[in-house]
Design a protein. Sequence first.
Length: 150
Amino acid sequence: TPESLVVSGSSNANITADVIHRSIYEARPDVGAIVHHHTCATTTVACLKEGLKCLTQDSAPFFERVANHDWEGLSDNYDECQRIQQDLGPECHTLIMRNHGVITTGRTVAEAWVRFFYLERICRVQVATLGQPVVHPPDEVLRHARGQYE
């Protein structure tokens, strides 16, 4: 409910969520919503050295739109905000927080949530293929398909 929402920076705020989310909202006026999650599949991919791999058709909207942020421990220092902002940059809508979890952004809650839904799907595929030879779609195919979603 609206009454149960915690406003960033309020005395009730979770400081780690405030550091992470505030940094994105301050740097990206195009972001109206954030989904921050730690599912098994997304957190597994966040732990992989190679990070997220675009292996399926569902991954095309993420091609060249995913950034990585190295885990700095508990996000309880506002100095980390600037590094999160730099890592996400102006073009990416998804942030893989290494050894932590993931964030998807959107102009609306619906857009951020749909991005998370598909991110979870492509992470499950990637985890399922670990240790197996895989076929990687060509960059130009992913780039062209991404354009169909933008």
